[in-house]
Design a protein around this ligand. Structure first.
Ligand code: FAD
Length: 413
């Protein structure tokens, strides 16, 4: 007799593929609502939760005090709203308090753990998963999912599962070394789903040339306009270009524009909140008050000196000019440049640096009241695998928690 090379199927009620934020939360919420179900969470990584650990500068910005569909891009805002309303940020915050993660609010409504350590968040999720009886298999990379009769066969290296329900929580393509390398899209496509082309989002931008290099490390408020979409917030110059919230938020628009084959027009405003008239009135007031002051000295009152110097140089204004000797035409050219300078963006830093993935499995193929596939009954999709990407500020985790909750309630029913 020859022994079969096929491993025996492990029978489970629910196989959750991916044990990141969305997969873990789905497993916990499902077991809480239906303790009798056998819920198995399969993750290809040896250690679970890599992305939670690196998130928010290792502090994990778990959600935001105010979250609406307007904080997201991608699929239908109505569908996103339905999911967010079913499990809003206030309930996510309460859930974390309940599992022992006290939160505090920081600028722009961002909620972080009081410990300021993402480890607290991951440990609490893993503890709660163990408490409610979630089975977690690490080092278990799923390579195939087949529909077999009314069930699913889930094939992983060395193991096979037979599941009544499958949840795809495999994330997107961002930070591929964490285990989220986009293979989940292939699994979804194999089950009949449509894929919206992906691009990096929340990624630093790379500029052509080297004029920005001396500014590396300098931060200031800015506004970026990418083909008509205006974003405002802190910006950080880097050795390769720009980063900080406004640049990260802009990156998805740059990529999506390029994906559509349209040239991307990026404009930088380093005096956001000002108008031409207000800035001109300010220059004239400073000229009256300090006629002998150098332009650079005066502009440094509102901008970092190195940035002010670069803009004066770019406007073609002579070094060391005083306010009383600044010709009107030069002043006006400088003001225009402060309010709008075209930026020659070459690329973003790509998926290795992107916090999230834009695009993914089409949201219109998912029932937003259940997170169940409209194409393949019994298949659920949650988290970043879907065509939904949030702006910076805890919105991507909130999408993971909300979509997990909706799926869990539907599966428990
Ligand atoms: C550096 C960084 C910082 C971030 N900071 C924040 C923040 O502070 N706030 C915020 O809201 N968002 C943040 N994000 C975004 C947020 O982390 C993600 O949107 C969120 O983790 C997505 O959760 P997910 O469970 O859908 O996917 P993931 O977290 O990517 O998890 C997917 C899991 O699936 C597993 N997997 C993939 N394919 C397979 C397979 N074939 N078989 C088995 N397992 C598989 C992977 O190993 C992984 O564990 C950050 C992201 C990064 C990269």
């Amino acid at each position: 007799m020859t022994a079969s090379a096929e491993p025996a199927d492990v029978a489970v009620d629910i196989a959750i593929i991916g044990g990141g934020a969305a997969g873990l939360a789905t497993a916990i919420f499902t077991k809480r609502a239906a303790p009798h179900l056998r819920v198995c969470c399969l993750d290809g990584a040896r250690r679970i939760g890599a992305k939670i650990l690196v998130s928010g500068g290792s502090r994990c910005n778990v959600t935001n005090t105010t979250v609406t569909e307007r904080d997201y891009w991608g699929g239908s805002p109505r569908a996103i709203r339905a999911v967010l309303r079913a499990f809003p940020a206030v309930r996510a915050a309460a859930f974390f308090e309940e599992i022992g993660v006290a939160l505090h609010e920081e600028e722009d409504g961002k909620l972080f753990p009081d410990s300021n350590s993402s480890r607290t968040v991951l440990d609490a999720l893993l503890r709660e998963a163990a408490n409610v009886g979630v089975e977690i298999r690490t080092g278990c990379r799923v390579v195939r999912v087949d529909r077999v009769a009314e069930r699913f066969r889930v094939v992983a290296a060395g193991e096979q599962f037979n599941a009544r329900i499958v949840v795809l929580a495999t994330g997107g393509r961002s930070l591929p070394k964490s285990g989220s390398d986009g293979f989940g899209y292939e699994l979804a496509k194999g089950l009949g789903h449509r894929y919206v082309a992906t691009t990096p989002a929340l990624a630093p931008l790379v500029l052509r040339g080297d004029a920005h290099v001396p500014l590396s490390g300098i931060a200031h408020p800015a506004a970026l306009t990418v083909n008509g979409v205006r974003l405002e917030g802190p910006m950080l110059w880097t050795h390769v270009g720009i980063s900080g919230p406004v640049a990260l938020n802009a990156s998805r628009h740059w990529h999506r524009t390029r994906l559509e084959g349209t040239p991307a027009d990026v404009r930088l405003n380093i005096c956001p909140g000002e108008t031409f008239e207000l800035l001109e009135a300010w220059f004239l007031e400073r000229e009256r008050a300090r006629p002998k002051a150098m332009l650079l000295t005066v502009l440094s009152e509102r901008l970092p000196t190195a940035v002010a110097a670069l803009w004066i140089w770019r406007a073609g204004i002579a070094d060391g000019v005083t306010l009383s000797h600044l010709p009107r035409a030069d002043r006006r050219r400088l003001i225009h440049a402060l309010l709008e300078t075209p930026l020659d963006v070459r690329d973003s830093r790509g998926y290795d640096y992107a916090e999230v993935t834009a695009g993914g499995i089409a949201l219109d193929e998912i029932d937003p009241a259940r997170m169940e596939s409209r194409i393949c009954p019994g298949l659920y999709l949650v988290g970043e695998i879907l065509d939904v990407d949030g702006r910076l500020g805890g919105f991507n985790f909130q999408w993971a928690w909300s979509s997990a909750w909706v799926a869990a309630q539907a599966m428990a029913r």
